[in-house]
Write a protein that binds this ligand. Sequence first.
Ligand SMILES: [Zn+2]
Ligand SMILES: [Zn+2]
Length: 178
Amino acid sequence: MSEAPVFCANHPNRETSLRCNRCGKPICSSCAILTPVGYRCKECVRNQQAGFDTAKWIDYPIALVTTGVGVGIAITFLNYLSFWGFLVAPVVGGGLAEVIHRLIGRRRSRSIPKAIIIGGTLGVLPHIIPILVTLVQSLRGGTDPGLLASMALSAILPVAYGFLMITTLYYRFRGIRV
Ligand SMILES: [Zn+2]
Ligand SMILES: [Zn+2]
């Protein structure tokens, strides 16, 4: 008892036993895309992404700039709070997420979290680059270890605040996986 051979919808000469689990179309191994819900054809994956990705191009710069400026300004204030800043940073991150949410509405995209990470990193950099430059300069000059340690700490705090804010934002916007 042999079943009739099935051929890939895109490659009529390739016999296959795989089928797209959404539309049922036969697909060969080079046409199949493994998704968390099983093998799918390229068309179904593309259609699904188009349905999920509702963002407009302007949403990426909005998310990037709002995160960068927000994180940058927030670190300036959080620095005064020292270790209490660790408690406040996630709250600030949540506030920024709210602002971005208002600006871009309900539109979603897989690229927004990337824009948030890039923007957030750019917001942190101005706070740590001057410290790192000073640190390297005093290492050459042989400054006492206590001073070096306190300078290193002053570089770690902005990074930690930034990290807390960015991760809070990231998880708010980490939407869709196909
Ligand atoms: Zn399909
Ligand atoms: Zn094929």
